[in-house]
Design a protein around this ligand. Sequence first.
Ligand SMILES: *[C@@H]1O[C@H](CO)[C@@H](O)[C@H](O)[C@H]1NC(C)=O
Ligand SMILES: *[C@@H]1O[C@H](CO)[C@@H](O)[C@H](O)[C@H]1NC(C)=O
Ligand SMILES: *[C@@H]1O[C@H](CO)[C@@H](O)[C@H](O)[C@H]1NC(C)=O
Ligand SMILES: *[C@@H]1O[C@H](CO)[C@@H](O)[C@H](O)[C@H]1NC(C)=O
Length: 497
Amino acid sequence: MPFNSRHLHRTTLLGFTITAFLAIAFLFNEKNVQAGLFDQALAGQIALTNISESRSKKYPTPDSNPEAAYKRLDLAEKECTDTFPDLTRDIIEASQRGEFLLNKSDPDYKGFVQGRINDNHVRRSAHGNSLQNCLGILTESVKLYILSTAPDFTPEIIHQRTAILHQIHRAILTSPNPLPDTHFAFVINDNPRNNSWAFSRPNKVSSHNTWLMPLFGFWSWKSHSTGLGTMEEVLDRIRSVEDSTPWEKKSNKVVWRGTPWFNPLGYQHLRQDLLKATKEQPWADVQALNKDAGGNLLSIEDFCKHKYVIYTEGVTYSGRLPYHQACKSVLITAPLTHLTHTAWWMRPITAKTLMASGAQKHTDEANANQTMHSHFKPLLPTVLDWKQANAIYVDPSFTDLGSVISFLEQNPHIAKTISRNQREVLVMRGYLSPGAESCYWRALIRAWAGQAIISDEWGEDVGIRFEEWITREILHGKSERLRGKIELERSARQPCR
Ligand SMILES: *[C@@H]1O[C@H](CO)[C@@H](O)[C@H](O)[C@H]1NC(C)=O
Ligand SMILES: *[C@@H]1O[C@H](CO)[C@@H](O)[C@H](O)[C@H]1NC(C)=O
Ligand SMILES: *[C@@H]1O[C@H](CO)[C@@H](O)[C@H](O)[C@H]1NC(C)=O
Ligand SMILES: *[C@@H]1O[C@H](CO)[C@@H](O)[C@H](O)[C@H]1NC(C)=O
């Protein structure tokens, strides 16, 4: 048939062309290596003989160019720990709780997702970094399976769990090191199930085995009518604000916007007390949020135009924390009742200690009992020296806020140092970068897999591939209940020997 023969002819011609091209490319390659003219970028594409060598040429290493390395999603395990020391404090703490049995848990629990990571028993090849499977075939990528998702309809939950699953997927696909096979569970809402990942956990010893995961906003956050975009995009906008607003040009007023009735369980009147303490004060721009047109909404980067920014927790945490932490501004908050994965990089000083040190008093006595609520011993320590601090703890009643602001106004060098310490750690050292985020996820998966004993209850359930799940989620435009046995693994896989 004419179509077929033409097709055949074309295929042959194409095959010939490719062979000829490869032959020419090979000769060209040989000749130019000898002539010493060979372009490195081309070498990366054609003569991929030593993967680890060409990787290090092509990609900035943390040593050669830290800022560029922060953008890399494929930092190896050691590069991660070298580039971001202390990134995994929470993960280390959580691991120390020891082994636990990961049973199936109520799949209908609000905000709950159970899944599975499967690396197909991939192992490192004997030479270099390339991942090969047991047959020595170049990497089959790590796979993400969804075992259960609750039938949730709240847009926030759908948005947040989708963002988290994408974050996990991105981190495992870009992993240059093999990852362990494991099952996992996470919860979007404020009440995590035991033995799961969550956005926050109490800032004190707890009997719940909660492991912190990065905020959904690292993927992207659509809030109100306008989207914040990805964390990277917000950081870019904050950078422009910081570049165009040096400290001296920033507003002297302490800033806050929010919903007054949304309060932490630990401090039931927190936001009302804040509004009360700042009402009609010349040093404060603190307002209950009015989202109407012509309202008082501030874009997230515009908070950084102020010298002093207040953070208030929500029921447990508030997702604004990392964005405020990116500002070169003094972060002021009531003592945290809950930690998040970025809260661990806070080094708060209490208002009392701060003001005592400025007055050149001996502060040791004042410091000795600085925990405001002696009934709870916080996991996140406070610091005693303002030179180390990157945030300030005020009383949850905010009655000392006025004196803290006036102290900072009288001691601008102290305010400036605290603000710089914050942006320095969180942004300049890359802790909010995509690189740190993917490093964190992989460390979380590795450490979790080391402690989680996967219950036999899971049996033959393999779940469905994330690619399939996300397609369904979008097509349905709503959340569908997904649970139980979906399909059997098509071929039993043999572990490598
Ligand atoms: C590949 O390059 C790295 C870095 O230059 C080197 O340490 C390694 O020995 C090389 N491997 C092979 C197989 O040549
Ligand atoms: C987990 O499941 C097993 C088997 O069904 C059961 O015996 C055990 O009590 C469960 N453990 C917990 C902590 O729920
Ligand atoms: C959570 O699970 C761990 C490990 O299975 C267990 O030791 C702990 O008691 C559980 N906590 C609660 C509150 O159920
Ligand atoms: C600090 O508080 C503890 C417990 O409330 C008390 O025993 C101790 O004497 C206090 N120390 C100082 C220096 O006040």
